[in-house]
Design a binder for this molecule. Structure first.
Ligand code: SF4
Length: 78
């Protein structure tokens, strides 16, 4: 990643595998979500992932499934 907000990312230096768990399940995603939960750039990170329709990994504390749900919800309320 190379975005202005990335310099403040709480995930910097952590193992990428944490953010690309084998499944979207709560247990597999828990570690990444805990890091995202204290990240000060969570919002721009999530918005970026939603904008580019990022398919893989956990971004802004949201799994791929959760991001798809957010996109659907936004479409409905647009
Ligand atoms: S919200 Fe999560 S994935 Fe996004 S920059 Fe912060 S720690 Fe990294």
């Amino acid at each position: 990643m190379n975005h202005p907000w990335h310099t403040k990312a709480a995930c910097q230096g952590l193992a990428p595998e944490i953010f690309y768990p084998p499944t979207d399940d709560e247990a597999d995603a828990a570690e990444a979500k805990a890091v995202c939960g204290v990240c000060t750039v969570r919002e721009p990170c999530l918005e970026f992932a939603l904008t580019v329709r990022e398919k893989d990994g956990i971004w802004g504390g949201a799994t791929e499934r959760e991001r798809r749900r957010l996109i659907r919800q936004r479409r409905r309320t647009a």
